[in-house]
Design a protein around this ligand. Structure first.
Ligand code: SF4
Length: 503
């Protein structure tokens, strides 16, 4: 842990943003505001001054040989108190970032941005019809973002708008996320609501009873208000862990309950774990015209799968992929993870080579945080975790591989507090992009979550403010309270969509 002493600021609201920026450079940082200076590893002094409408900040990092003064400034004219604070925070953050860049020699390509969804910033400019060069310049100046990342975002947004030309008008519709919290076994690194299907967490059939109820009620509400569904996404857990009969009944319920199912632009079912895919389940998917599925190898190195507790073989992934193709699945996504324990450039190249033999319609490349990678390894001394440079090298390999094979990046998200300040990128063959992923990532539409652990996001039609609402994670709690949770969601929907109507 790096302790950084900050002098010259007293507002506690700066602590968290400064820690987030510090974490881009060091594994874990703590900002010392009031503690004695002697405890600190680094010492930063800020001088702030308001001259006219301008907020000027000077930062000095004592440990730098030559005294470095990094200035930030903000124009405070005609702003509310909240906006003034935001501007000051930005100016302080920029000064802080510049000092740490100089001290460590690391350059942060995302600048001071530590949020999960950077593309939203550029979307905002596009919606306001800011000329492109002006929008890019503002990202450079306001956040110190690099041209490389700005270009990546522009490429992604251009692709999104090509696939969904009416993206900015879709707030009058909704998307639906359906959470099925079961998996054959629990993987070591899993952070999702996922319970072993044969465990003691409450029976699958009573969970499905609750889920059918929610789908029916939400469907009734949508029909009554004449609101269409853009996309449906079955996630979890692994939605294909339930039996073929249960899947059949569930999709039948979807057809009976939801409005205009034939017009839904995309229905995806995650079939992440290849050990859950069977011919009869694939036939059920086909019966209901569900053609986008996700089969996730994560890695093609058997030893890695073993280390992370995934109880299936590499061959099984490949076999199930071919089986899905045989059963007519023509839009398959595969996930790879960079930075799994024991994996470096060589293993990742092997995964890319294997992917080349399959050529799924889309490939999502995730990066794992170092901390998480070492935590999830049962045998820590045996599995090394790649360092920052190697991780970056692997990301570059993914970029080059996808470009060479005509995949385009179409969504990205970042993770907070991880060394290397990385991003996860969804690549796809043209016109095979997942519309749900775009809707979810850009937060331009309400997403209603039903089922276990499903979170809903209600987007305020005027201000764009997001209200989150989560269903219980545990199947037993869900079974006891799904009626109450459905009522609460319908109340939130009424609130948001009556505003939309009164606009
Ligand atoms: S398959 Fe996915 S959801 Fe299921 S336990 Fe593994 S990581 Fe978690």
């Amino acid at each position: 842990m790096k302790q950084i002493y900050i002098k010259g600021l007293t507002d506690e609201r700066y602590i968290r943003p400064l820690e987030h920026i510090g974490n881009l450079f060091f594994e874990d940082t703590k900002v010392l505001y009031r503690e004695p200076e002697e405890k600190a590893d680094l010492h930063v002094e800020f001088e702030t001054e308001i001259i006219g409408h301008e907020f000027i900040v000077k930062g000095k990092l004592k440990e730098l040989k030559e005294e470095t003064i990094c200035n930030g400034h903000a124009d405070l004219s005609q702003l509310t108190d909240k906006e003034i604070f935001k501007q000051m925070k930005k100016a302080i953050s920029k000064s802080y970032l510049l000092m740490l860049q100089e001290y460590t020699g690391m350059v942060q390509k995302w600048g001071i941005l530590t949020g999960i969804r950077p593309t939203k910033l550029l979307h905002r400019h596009m919606q306001k019809q800011t000329p492109i060069e002006e929008a890019h310049q503002s990202l450079r100046e306001e956040y110190l973002m690099s041209d490389e990342k700005i270009e990546l975002m522009q490429k992604i947004i251009d692709r999104q708008l090509a696939v969904i030309p009416d993206l900015y008008d879709l707030k009058k519709e909704v998307s639906i996320y359906i959470g099925i919290p079961f998996c054959p076994t629990k993987c070591a690194y899993c952070t999702f609501p996922a319970y072993a299907i044969n465990g003691r967490q409450g029976s699958v059939s009573s969970f499905l009873g609750g889920l059918h109820y929610e789908m029916e009620k939400i469907g009734d509400w949508l029909k009554e208000k004449n609101i269409n569904i853009t996309t449906v996404y079955y996630g979890g857990g692994t939605p294909t862990s339930i039996s073929a009969e249960e899947m059949d009944m569930l999709y039948e319920r979807m057809h009976d309950s939801f409005p205009n199912v034939e017009n839904i632009r995309e229905i995806t079912v995650e079939a992440g774990r290849p050990d859950t895919i069977t011919p009869d389940k694939l036939e059920v998917l086909k019966k209901y015209n569900i053609d986008r599925i996700s089969i996730n190898p994560q890695s093609y190195t058997q030893q890695t799968l073993k280390a992370i507790g995934r109880h299936h073989t590499v061959e099984e992934t490949i076999d199930k992929y071919h089986l899905a193709r045989k059963h007519g699945m023509n839009n398959i996504n595969m996930d790879l993870i960079i930075g799994l324990p024991g994996e470096g450039v060589e293993e990742f190249q092997y995964s890319l080579d294997k992917t080349e033999e399959l050529m799924p319609e889309s490939l999502t490349v995730h990066t794992l945080s170092f901390k998480r990678a070492s935590e999830m390894t049962r045998n820590k001394s045996r599995y090394k975790v790649a360092d920052r440079e190697e991780i970056q090298e692997m990301m570059k390999m993914a970029e080059e591989w996808t470009e060479k094979h005509d995949y385009v990046p179409y969504y990205l998200y970042r993770q907070k507090n991880i060394l290397g300040n990385l991003e996860n990128v969804g690549y796809s063959k043209k016109n095979q992009e997942s519309i749900y992923n775009i809707m979810m990532m850009e937060e331009l539409q309400t997403v209603i979550g039903v089922g276990c652990g499903a979170s809903s996001k209600f987007i305020h039609p005027v201000t764009g403010k997001i209200t989150q609402f989560s269903n219980p994670k545990h199947p037993k709690t869900y079974n006891e309270s799904f009626v109450e949770y459905t009522d609460k969601k319908i109340a939130l929907l009424n609130e948001h969509f009556s505003l939309e109507a009164s606009k």
